[in-house]
Design a protein around this ligand. Structure first.
Ligand code: PLP
Length: 420
């Protein structure tokens, strides 16, 4: 289907009505109306549709209880709904079954789980972990903690000036010392989508497992963990129009089965005694304590929402926004876009000559435009492009071309203000 046909079916104004917060204005002052909110920070956290908010409220009002341990009616009802979302997540990622799906607090915790449990058990001094230059700190620091503890070696795959991952360098870095590869599936700064399937195949030729950070990738396209042949795949609910406090770790069951617990507590044990404690099988083994029950219900509603709109239709809409916004921004003198890889996601990071990004962010905010400024939790990447902090506009399923125009107009105001 062509983009044009898909986009006709995609009624963004109708979609926007599902997001109560998009109707608000910001910076209203006494007697003066505010500016309509132009939310271009979904890469940091996406807004929530009414369907998600209502599913969580309904659950809290009607079915809430702790799960897994209770024999009473509500506990069983809540457990059924909670476990149904696990099945839904498995389908969403095309995982072979729901035993491969572990609920965590975030992408960050999911990566820490793998680094702590898999890393501590199977990695030893001198073993190498391959990361890329475009990793979020969440996929750098856990490996550095392991480096300090186990004296592993971290290798970094570079990217070219467009933000394309250097696959020749990756091939060269793979060796008999490589014990794990952990790479983003979509950069939160450059938007670059990495060739996950090839990355995995090359690693597997050497028997090396691969973790993908899918925090951005699941939001902007369809992910099939079996097709990629990912060993581990992580994402975070709040960027997928769901609640905070919840992440997902997908792991191949054979790997999860070999891994020791990450945290100890209730709900992850078979039996406890002071002579010795035995642990449940995955995923329970990795879900110590009471999980974020209501949030899991919210993620289920978020997945339903995204699938009802159609993941291809969303991707086509966002692709149109990316192209339009890139074209409009490119006409601004002195504006440099960082990251122009073909097939990238709808994330545009840029620098404006002669103006500090914090000033850009502060001034466009006065026009109601919410963008991110800083190094976006990816400092090594900022270094690579020699830019320091940048401004990042990230687009979601509810954004419009008019909002891209509003960004451009507010940037024009910034330039006038600074005479840049
Ligand atoms: C946001 C993000 C993370 C971290 O997600 P949390 O929800 O903060 O744990 C990791 N990687 C990428 C690429 C991200 O965009």
């Amino acid at each position: 289907m062509s983009d044009a046909i898909l986009n006709q079916a995609y009624d963004v104004q109708r979609v926007r009505e599902d997001f109560p917060i998009l109707a608000r204005s910001v910076h209203a002052r006494k007697g003066k109306p505010g500016k309509p909110l132009v939310y271009l920070d979904s890469g940091a956290s996406a807004q929530k549709p009414r369907q998600v908010i209502q599913a969580m409220t309904r659950f809290l009002e009607e079915d809430y209880s702790n799960i897994h341990r209770g024999v009473h009616f509500l506990s069983q009802t809540a457990t059924d709904q909670f476990e149904a979302v696990r099945t839904k997540v498995a389908r969403f990622l095309n995982a072979p079954n729901d035993r491969c799906i572990v609920f965590t607090r975030s992408s960050t915790e999911a990566i820490n789980l793998v680094a702590s449990s898999y890393g501590r058990t199977f990695l030893n001094e001198g073993d190498e972990v391959i990361l890329s230059i475009m990793e979020h700190h969440a996929n750098i620091v856990p490996w550095q903690l392991l480096q300090a503890e186990k004296k592993i070696v971290i290798k970094v795959v570079p990217c070219d000036e467009f933000g394309v991952l250097d696959m020749d360098a990756y091939r060269d870095l793979l060796s008999d010392r490589t014990k794990l590869v952990a790479i983003t599936h979509c950069s939160n700064v450059l938007g670059t989508v990495t060739p996950a399937k090839t990355i995995a195949r090359l690693a597997h030729e050497r028997g090396v497992p691969v973790l993908f950070d899918g925090s951005q990738a699941v939001v902007h396209g369809t992910v099939d963990v079996q097709d990629i042949d990912a060993d581990f795949y992580v994402f975070t609910a709040h960027k997928l129009y769901g609640p905070t406090g919840l992440g997902v770790l997908y792991g191949k069951y054979d790997l999860l089965k070999k891994m020791p617990p990450y945290q100890g507590g209730g709900d992850m044990i078979e039996s406890v005694s002071f002579e010795g404690t035995t642990f449940k099988a995955p995923p329970s083994r990795f879900e110590a304590g009471t999980p974020p029950i209501t949030e899991v219900i919210g993620l289920g509603a978020a997945i339903d929402y995204v699938e009802a709109l159609g993941r291809d239709a969303i991707a086509a809409h966002e692709h149109d926004l990316l192209q339009y916004a890139t074209q409009q921004l490119s006409q601004i003198d002195g504006l440099r876009i960082i990251g122009t890889a073909p097939g990238k996601g709808p994330i545009i990071s840029f620098a404006l000559e002669g103006v500090h990004p914090h000033d850009v962010g502060t001034i466009v905010d006065q026009y109601g435009v919410a963008v991110r400024v800083g190094r976006h939790c990816a400092e090594p990447l900022a270094e690579r492009f020699d830019v320091g902090p940048t401004v990042r506009a990230s687009f979601g399923l509810y954004n419009t071309r008019e909002e891209a125009d509003a960004l451009v107009q507010s940037l024009q105001a910034v330039k006038e203000f600074f005479g840049a």
